[in-house]
Design a protein around this ligand. Sequence first.
Ligand code: DC
Length: 228
Amino acid sequence: MLILENIITIDGPSGVGKGTLAMSLAKKLHWNYLNSGSLYRILAYLSGQQKIEDSNTEALVNLTKNLSVEFEINNNELVVILDDKNISNMTQTEDCAKKASIIASNNTVRKSLIKTQRMFYKEPGLVAEGRDMGSVIFQQAKFKFFLQASAKIRAERRHKQLKQKGINVSLSRLISELDRRDKRDLSRKSSPLIIPTGAVVINTDDLTIAEVMGQVMKHSKKLFKTKK
Ligand code: DC
């Protein structure tokens, strides 16, 4: 297998800090960025708008055709652009996350998103984050990371993030929803959340973002030699 030196994959469960890390890396390296979870969230958002049932595979697959998605990073915040429209607020709700997790367990839908995801790989390189970036979509990536953290800490981080955005959700509801999504993501038949072969595993429970970044940079030193 041809190993690609200019792809970094970051996988792990919800709320583990993948987004912050991946966006910082993409900015530092001036590489492209793929937030694959947003693609499932976009399908959730569009299917909600068009009243498509989660079980209607054909209609969901149709939605995956010709998706025009861009990711921007604005003050370390993810901006999701669909057809030139900023839909970040619509895709970041807990309801959207829940629906996205159900849609993401559909193997046919997952397959139909593979090409779209691989199209984000462009020069000079790509930082891709999600659940199956290192195990399925970009198996050839040279630098693979898998982040872990306890469910309680992940829920607390998510709670803080949502609060900052003015979204009020109870912590106990977040913990139980995170737990339910984890179970679905881990147990699904199609591309379940696994530690990709060759990935460096980082437990972020007691680490700051800067410390996680430091570990990633230590394991991918050669990428940063020429960067400031
Ligand atoms: O990372 P996130 O919370 O935005 O992801 C939303 C849902 O999509 C989540 O339940 C897991 C799923 N997902 C997936 O199955 N595969 C990916 N590569 C990324 C996300």
